[in-house]
Write a protein that binds this ligand. Structure first.
Ligand SMILES: Nc1ncnc2c1ncn2[C@@H]1O[C@H](COP(=O)(O)OP(=O)(O)O)[C@@H](O)[C@H]1O
Ligand SMILES: CCCC(=O)OP(=O)(O)O
Length: 373
C-alpha cells in the first residue's frame, strides 16, 4: 500500500450509489474538486437481473467520468464509499475486506443500492494498491435495548437509517454550538426519498425509525408506518404478488402513491395552483415528520439541545415551515438542506489516513445486541 506524500493534499475518491444515480466526489483533503451525479436510465438498469449485476456498469460509468474530467487515478490515495446493508454495526469508518464484500454480494442482510459502494470502491482501490473504506453505513446500530422491542417476539426492531448524513449534520451543528457531538442530545430528521428521524443521545443514535422497512413518516417514495392489519389482509387477498406489495411500500408509496410524483417541487407547484389533494397529502407528510420528532423528544426525556431538518425536502420552505410550527416548542430548529454525504465520506477517510481515528474491522468482534440474520 502506498505512503502519503506530506507535501501533497490527500486525494480521496468518494462513491455514493443510490437507486437511480451514483454520486461521486473527488477531494483534495477536505476541498471538493469534482462532484458529479451520474444518473442511470431506469431502462438501462432494468437489463440487470439483480442489484449485484449492476456493479460493473456503474463502476465503468465512474471510471469514464473520472477520465473525461482529467482525474489521474494514480494520484488517488484512498477510495471511500457509502456502506450498505451489512450486519448491524456501531458507527465509524470500516476498511472494506473480503467478509464485507461477500455479505454484500450475497445480499445477506438485504438489498439496497448502497450495497454496491464497497464492492466498486474495493475494485478500484485494489487496482491502485490503495485502501477502500466505508463510513457510517445504513446499518449503524446504536439502539438502546428498549428500542429493539417491537411488540411481537419474533420481530425485533432494526436500525436502518441515513446514518452517514444524520451523523455528519449532527457533528456540524454541534461544532456550530462549540460543543462535541458526544456532548449533545439532538433529533435529526433526514428527509429525502426516504425519511428517517433519529434520537441522538450523547453521540449515539439510541432510537430511529427503520427507513426501508415500513416504519416512521411516509416520504416522497415510501409508505412508512401503515395500519398493519390492513396490510396483512391486502397481502393475503390474492390480488398481489409479494414483490408488488413491497413496491407499494418502498418505491411507489408516499407522495408517489398518492400524487404520482416523488418530486416535492412539483407538489409545491401543484399546491400553488390550488390542488387540494396535493395540499392535504403534503401537509400529512409534514405532520407525520413532526409526530416522529415529538416521539424522539420523549426518547430523550425532553432534554433536546437542537432539532435538525436535513435532506432534499429541507429545501422546501413550505414543508419545513409546516413542521417547524408543530415542533419549535421542543427546542431550537436548524435547517441543513440537502445531504452532505460525499463530504462526510471524505472526512471519514481523512480521519483514518491522518491517524485521528482507527479504522474498524468488519464484522466487529463485539457486535450490537442484534440477534436476527
Ligand atoms: N428546492 C427544493 N424544494 C423542495 N423540495 C426539494 C428541493 N430539492 C429537492 N427536493 C426534494 O427532495 C427530495 C429528494 O431528496 P434527496 O435528499 O435528494 O433524496 P435522495 O438522496 O434520497 O434521493 C425530492 O422529493 C425532491 O423533490
Ligand atoms: C434508510 C436507509 C437508507 C436509505 O433508504 O437511503 P436512501 O433514502 O438514500 O435510499
Amino acid at each position: 500500500m502506498e505512503c502519503l506524500n506530506v507535501h501533497e493534499p490527500i486525494r480521496v475518491l468518494t462513491i455514493n450509489p443510490g437507486s437511480t444515480s451514483t454520486k461521486i466526489g473527488v477531494f483534495d483533503d477536505e476541498k471538493m474538486i469534482l462532484e458529479e451525479t451520474l444518473r442511470h436510465d431506469p431502462h438501462e438498469l432494468a437489463q440487470f437481473v439483480d442489484l449485484y449485476e449492476q456493479y460493473p456498469f456503474r463502476k465503468q460509468v465512474i471510471l469514464d467520468t473520472l477520465d473525461r474530467e482529467g482525474i489521474n487515478l494514480t494520484r488517488l490515495n484512498v477510495v471511500v464509499a457509502r456502506g450498505g446493508l451489512l450486519k448491524p454495526i456501531p458507527g465509524g469508518t470500516y476498511q472494506v475486506n473480503p467478509e464485507m464484500v461477500a455479505d454484500l454480494k450475497e445480499g445477506k442482510y438485504g438489498l439496497h443500492a448502497s450495497n454496491l459502494g464497497a464492492i466498486i470502491a474495493q475494485e478500484i482501490a485494489d487496482q491502485l494498491h490503495i485502501h477502500a473504506y466505508i463510513v457510517d453505513p445504513v446499518v449503524v446500530d446504536e439502539l438502546q435495548p428498549l428500542a429493539r422491542v417491537s411488540g411481537v417476539p419474533d420481530i425485533e426492531r432494526r436500525s436502518i437509517f441515513h446514518a452517514l448524513n444524520q451523523k455528519a449534520v449532527a457533528r456540524r451543528v454541534a461544532h456550530q454550538n462549540e460543543k462535541k457531538y458526544e456532548e449533545m442530545n439532538l433529533i435529526v430528521a433526514h428527509m429525502g426519498g426516504g425519511i428517517t428521524v433519529g434520537a441522538h443521545h450523547l453521540g449515539r443514535v439510541i432510537d430511529v425509525n427503520n427507513g426501508l422497512h415500513g416504519e416512521g413518516p411516509f416520504s416522497p417514495e415510501r409508505a412508512g408506518t401503515i395500519p398493519v392489519g390492513d396490510l396483512v389482509a391486502l397481502s393475503f387477498s390474492g390480488k398481489y404478488f409479494a414483490s408488488e406489495i413491497m413496491r407499494m411500500i418502498v418505491g411507489r408509496g408516499g407522495l408517489m402513491g398518492y400524487l404520482g410524483t416523488s418530486d416535492a417541487r412539483v407538489v409545491e407547484q401543484e399546491i400553488e395552483n390550488g390542488n387540494e389533494k396535493a395540499k392535504l397529502v403534503y401537509e400529512a407528510m409534514a405532520y407525520q415528520v413532526a409526530k416522529e420528532i415529538g416521539s424522539c423528544a420523549t426518547v430523550l426525556y425532553g432534554q433536546v439541545d437542537a432539532i435538525i431538518l436535513t435532506g432534499g425536502l429541507a429545501y422546501g420552505s413550505l414543508f419545513t415551515q409546516m413542521i417547524k410550527e408543530r415542533i419549535q416548542w421542543i427546542g431550537p430548529v436548524h435547517i441543513v438542506a440537502g445531504e452532505n454525504e460525499l463530504q462526510a465520506l471524505a472526512e471519514g477517510g481523512l480521519r483514518v489516513l491522518r491517524g485521528e481515528e482507527e479504522a474498524l474491522t468488519y464484522p466487529p468482534v463485539h457486535s450490537t445486541h442484534y440477534q436476527h440474520a
